[in-house]
Design a protein around this ligand. Structure first.
Ligand code: BGC
Length: 754
């Protein structure tokens, strides 16, 4: 074990301040006289973007050749922790081989709007899914003693004005939706580092946010690594250091190091705060430097891994029996993406990939497939000659497969989309082809939901997302049934952009963005509003079918500290081997607060041979049932009944069970003159006494009143007014003397203490 504290004791003030910012774009500083090595960090998250010279964070300058694995848009659709672990394992090996100490990822911000330009790098609209999958990826990387940097902490859900805009929301929304994925990642996988985001949260920059960095991340969640800034996210360096931002990236030539030195000298920064930051950084530097592996990796092998992973990620959205295809049929491929697949997004995650063969090349190497370009892969440009050839090619085939999607310029880091459409030339050509060909399949390359106006007319839709450099091979294998699709949507595809819950408040005015939809993000909103969607969260088809039976709970009731195992039998009822994704949702029936219809709290992916059955088990605890109660300042689930729903999408629920929950947590409650009768009557400790008290005042029907009076103030109205009345109202409406009320309040408060 290194004695890092002893090292720090030998460092000068300037050396210590210097450790808190980068040497350049990608390197931390060394202190050779003390044996502190220089280490490097690199993007991330789905491949290595190691830049040697002229670093930049926007993917403009070339980086070393590397394998581009499927982006998070795709890997999230795998619903498979094991797959993310394999991806992390490969990335960890590559980092060791390339001498990279920290991989800048995974990126786990919630997909609040389909328009966010970086959605392709993010996992999901659901925090549980994003948290669980990212934890597996982190564990995979870090088993090689290479760090991860979980980003962008926090509430960075758009690109528009991302460097300054404030994401404003109540604490319940922040905790339940925007922090939960980070919380799961930190608690389960102990990332070596975190990357704070550029934006402000409720007015305070993430890079100097004491509440997020010190209170929540370290004190509550137990994070023990270091926090680095997103590239250029530092506002006030000294304030940031105090709040828990250890490393500024990239370095700014020493200007902020000097600010730290001055702050220590003039007494506005305690040196112990600086020492603590340096200790946290050095602990991680040595965790890598002292555990170097003799790694080499085979790029070809990792390319195959990229193919294998993508096969498990693609989502079969629709299949009217047309897929899988037969190599004996006359198949036509149409569209630029068949030749030049779009497999990653623009910006800091952009990989200089080793190769990316298109599905056309692969399929033509295995059989006969005709081709027409139809439209280019990189712009919205309708060309009547290209259209004509494409329509003709489609008409002459048994089946036309159109490769559609978003060109590079439509979605990227740095800006958001302004609409959810694919290029009009693509929509037009699909409609034209449908006039001459009944058998149309559409393959999609996009990093975020898109509007699919022709969805009801085509017979099959295969969503490849931005699937990494193996996407062409994976597409071929899936289309022809050499692989069985098993991906499920990690986000809802709404019918149109205007349906999205953030629509009225995205992306804000450039200074502020209000998360007015609160916790009702994605399916939490569409379900509550009973809105039809194009494809629901969790949806994904297979070439086989599954049946679900025998839902059992290890116990039917649960207390705060208990956990319950939910088991279910899944059977492959079809004729091909395939993977089912068992999804467990919880529905709160207690009415304690306004909650989503259901929330994902468990999932497992399982491989089944035809006819085979397996029992799948998932654990629940009180947190699985809880919401964040701001008055309690803690997670809370009311006593009562919770439904356990098992299905293969948020809309296809096959089994339902019940779990009784009993909590000892009490919500803070003090009775005052402004406490309402309804509040008193709803409290389990007060209900009896309140009923007794209410007897004298609660409205009863009055036979003597005229018909007119009775219809002006119905018994229901009188009752509702009584319930909504604060205690002080009894003075005005029932003539109760103030002192009597004060005595009653005292008595009720005493009952609460019992
Ligand atoms: C991005 C980060 C990235 C960093 C370094 C920033 O612009 O937001 O995700 O890791 O650049 O390239």
């Amino acid at each position: 074990m290194r004695d890092v504290k002893a090292l720090i004791a030998q460092m000068t003030l300037e050396e210590k301040a210097g450790m808190c910012s980068g040497k350049d774009f990608w390197r931390l500083k060394s202190v050779p006289r003390l044996g502190i090595p220089e280490v490097m960090v690199s993007d991330g998250p789905h491949g290595l973007r190691k830049q040697d010279e002229k670093g930049d964070h926007l993917g403009i300058n070339d980086s070393i050749k590397a394998v581009c694995f499927p982006t998070a848009s795709a890997t999230a659709a795998s619903f498979d922790r094991e797959l993310l672990h394999r991806l992390g394992d490969a990335l960890g090996q590559e980092c060791q081989a390339e001498n990279v100490s920290v991989l800048l990822g995974p990126a786990i911000n919630i997909k609040r709007s389909p328009l966010c330009g970086r959605n392709f790098e993010y996992f999901s609209e659901d925090p549980y899914l994003a948290g669980e999958l990212s934890a597996a990826q982190i564990q995979g990387v870090q088993q090689h003693h290479v760090g991860t940097s979980v980003k962008h902490f926090a509430a960075n859900n758009q690109e528009y004005m991302r460097l300054t805009c404030s994401s404003n929301m109540d604490e319940r929304t922040l905790r339940e939706i925007y922090l939960s994925a980070f919380e799961i990642a930190v608690k389960k996988a102990k990332p070596y580092t975190m990357m704070c985001s550029y934006n402000r949260i409720n007015g305070e920059y993430a890079s100097e946010n004491e509440f997020l960095l010190n209170n929540i991340l370290r004190e509550e969640w137990g994070f023990d690594g270091y926090v680095m800034s997103d590239w250029g996210a530092v506002n006030d360096r000294v304030k940031g250091l105090k709040a828990g931002l250890e490393l500024e990236m990239p370095g700014c030539g020493g200007c902020t190091d000097e600010e730290i030195v001055q702050a220590v000298k003039n007494g506005s920064l305690e040196e112990s705060v600086l020492d603590r930051a340096v200790e946290r950084i050095l602990n991680i530097v040595f965790r890598f430097a002292d555990n170097r592996e003799e790694q080499t990796f085979d790029r070809e092998q990792h390319h195959h891994l990229a193919v294998e992973l993508e096969k498990e990620c693609a989502v079969l959205l629709k299949n009217d029996g047309i897929l899988p295809l037969s190599r004996q049929s006359k198949i036509a491929y149409i569209g630029g993406f068949a030749q030049t697949p779009r497999f990653q997004g623009g910006g800091s995650s952009h990989i200089n990939s080793t190769k990316a063969p298109g599905a056309l090349e692969i399929s033509q190497s295995k059989g006969e497939v005709s081709f027409a370009l139809g439209f280019p892969h990189d712009k919205d440009e309708a060309d009547s000659n290209l259209f004509q050839q494409a329509v003709q090619t489609a008409a002459q085939a048994d089946i036309a497969v159109v490769f559609a999607g978003l060109p590079d310029s439509f979605e990227s880091e740095g800006y958001d989309r302004s609409h959810m459409e694919i290029p009009q030339c693509q929509n037009q050509l699909i409609e034209e082809i449908l006039k001459v060909q009944l058998n149309v399949v559409v393959v999609l390359h996009n990093g975020s939901p898109i509007e699919l106006p022709w969805a009801d007319k085509v017979k099959g839709i295969l969503e490849m997302y931005l699937g990494g450099q193996g996407v062409g091979e994976a597409t071929d294998a899936l289309l022809f049934g050499e692989a069985n699709p098993s991906g499920h949507l990690p986000e809802t595809f709404p019918l149109k952009l205007e349906d999205n819950p953030s629509f009225l408040n995205f992306p804000g005015d450039g200074t502020n963005v209000t998360y007015a939809e609160g916790v009702f993000v994605g399916y939490r909103y569409y379900e509550k509003k009973k809105m039809p969607v194009r494809f629901p969260f969790g949806h994904g088809l297979s070439y086989t079918t599954f049946a679900y039976s025998d839902l059992t709970l290890s116990q039917s009731s649960m207390k705060d500290a208990d956990s319950v195992t939910v088991s279910v039998t899944v059977t492959n009822t079809g004729t091909r081997a395939g993977k089912a994704v068992v999804q467990l949702y919880i529905k709160d029936t207690t009415n304690a607060t306004n909650r989503p219809e259901k929330e994902l709290k468990g999932f497992e992916k399982v491989l089944l041979q035809p006819g085979e059955s397996k029992v799948v088990s998932m654990e629940l605890n009180s947190r699985s049932l809880s919401w964040y109660n701001e008055s309690l300042g803690d997670w809370y689930a009311a006593s009562g009944t919770y439904e356990i729903l098992i299905g293969q999408s948020s809309q296809d629920i096959y089994l339902t069970g019940k779990l009784e929950f009993e909590t000892e947590k009490e919500l803070p409650f003090t009775i005052t003159m402004n406490t309402t009768m309804a509040q008193l009557l709803a409290h389990p400790k007060l209900v009896q006494a309140a009923k007794e008290f209410a007897k004298d005042f609660s409205p009863t029907g009055n036979d003597n009143e005229s018909d007119a009076a009775a219809s002006a103030i119905t018994a229901e109205m009188a009752q509702q007014m009584f319930l909504a009345s604060p205690l002080r109202g009894l003075r005005s409406f029932s003539g109760v003397p103030t002192q009597k009320l004060l005595d009653k309040i005292e008595e009720f408060n005493q009952l609460l203490q019992k």
